[in-house]
Design a binder for this molecule. Sequence first.
Ligand SMILES: Cc1cc2nc3c(=O)[nH]c(=O)nc-3n(C[C@H](O)[C@H](O)[C@H](O)COP(=O)(O)OP(=O)(O)OC[C@H]3O[C@@H](n4cnc5c(N)ncnc54)[C@H](O)[C@@H]3O)c2cc1C
Length: 419
Amino acid sequence: MPMNVKPIATLDERINDIRGRTAEIVNTHILPNESKLWNSRRSAVYEEAARQEARVLREDIKQEVKKAGLWAPHLPQEYGGMGLDFLAHAYMNEVLAYALGAASLFGVVAPNSGNQTILVKYGTEEQKQQWLMPLIDGVMESGFSMTEPHNPGSDPRSLDTAAVRDGDEWVINGHKWFTSNGLAADFFIVMVRVQDDSPDATTRPGQMAQIIVPTDNPGVEIVRGIGIWGRDSSDHCEVRYNDVRVPIENILGAVGQGHQAAQDRLGAGRVFHCMNSIGQMWRAFDLMVERTTTRKVHGGLQRDKQFIQGFIADSYIDIQAARLMTIHCAEKVDAGLKEARTDISAIKVFVPEMYHRVVDRAIQVWGAAGVSNDLPLAGMYMGARTLRLADGPDEVHKILIAKNVLGRYDSGESWDFGN
Ligand SMILES: Cc1cc2nc3c(=O)[nH]c(=O)nc-3n(C[C@H](O)[C@H](O)[C@H](O)COP(=O)(O)OP(=O)(O)OC[C@H]3O[C@@H](n4cnc5c(N)ncnc54)[C@H](O)[C@@H]3O)c2cc1C
C-alpha cells in the first residue's frame, strides 16, 4: 500500500511540495522494488545477476531523485545538496524513512552524512577538497570513531584516546569500538584528547579534538567487525590506533572544539532521527492495519477482534503523540529557542520507545511473517531497540531533562509547558 501523503494545511506550499514529490518517488520507485533493492545485499544465496540488478535499480532511483531536486537534503546547495532549512528537512524525513533504507537513495547515508555536515562546518578548504568532495561524490567512505570499549560512551568526557603533537604530525594511540562503516571506510574522524603540556597536565584530561585518519595509515588496526543481534559480523568495527601518525593539518577545527563538533553532529540531528522513526512507525502501522483487514483468525477477520482494535488504537495514539512532540520540538529548534534542548532529550527518549511498541504490535499481528525477512518489521524492531542506546542512552537524556526542570524551579520559576 502506498504512503498516503496529502498537503498539510498549516505548512507552506514549498514544504508540502517537497513532501509530495518525495512520496511520489517512495511510492512509485522504491516500495514496489523493495525486496529486490536490499535482499541481495543481506544474503549470500542471491546470484550475482540479482545483485547486479539491484545495483542498477538503486542507481536508476538515485538519478530520479537527483532529477527531482531531492538529493542530499542535509547538504548546502554549493555542495550539491538541497540546502533545506531545518523544518523542511524534518518534514521530508518522515516521508523518505517510510521505506526502510530509502534515505541512502536520497544521498543520506550514516555515518557519511554526519561526517559531511561536520566537514562542511569545520573543514578547511584543503580538507573539503581532499575528504568532503570525494565523500559527496560517493568515491570515498568514512566512519566516526568515538566510543571506546573501556570507557562509558554515554559520558564522552571519559574518553582517553590520545593525540600527541610531534613536529608536524599528530601521534594517535587508543582503542575504539562500534566505529560504523569501519570495513568500507577510507578515513575515520577520530575523537581524541590532545595531550596537554601545561604544568598541571596531570590533573587535566586534555582538550578534545577530532582528527581525520586515513584507514590505510600504518598503525590503524581494524580488529573485527563486531557481530550484533546474533549475526557473526557487522561493519561496526573495533579499531586500535597504534602510534598512528597523521599531518598536523588533519585536525578538524581547533583543539578544544572536538566536544562541540560532536554535539553539533548529535544535537539537533536527533530531531531528524526521530522524524525517521516516525516515518517507519507510519509504515509499520499501515502494514499492521492492512493485514487485519484480510487475515482471518478463529472464525473472523482480525479487524473485528477487540484485542486487535486495541492494537490499532494504541498504535494510533503512540504515533500521534510521538509525531506531534517531535514537530513541536523541531519548531522550537527552528526558532532558536534555548529550551529546545530539554525537548530534544524528551523526544530522544519517547520516540524510540513508541517506535518499539508500534513495531512490536505489527509483528504480533503478522505472526511468524512478522519476524521473517519478507517484511521490514524485524529490521525496524532491532533498529528501534538500538536507538535507545545510540545518540545517548535514555537515562542520560532523562538526567538532562530533570536537571533543566529542577534548575528552573531553583531559580524561582516553575515550568511553562506552553513555551
Ligand atoms: C549499532 C550501533 C552503532 C554505533 N555506531 C557508532 C559509531 O559509528 N561511532 C561511535 O563512536 N559509536 C557508535 N556507537 C556507540 C554508541 O554511541 C554507544 O553505545 C553509546 O554512546 C552508549 O555508550 P556505551 O555503549 O559505552 O554504554 P555505557 O556508557 O556503558 O552505558 C550503558 C548503560 O549505562 C546506563 N547509564 C549510563 N549513564 C548513566 C547514568 N548517569 N545514570 C544511570 N544510568 C546510566 C544506561 O542504561 C546505559 O544504557 C554505536 C552503537 C551501536 C549499538
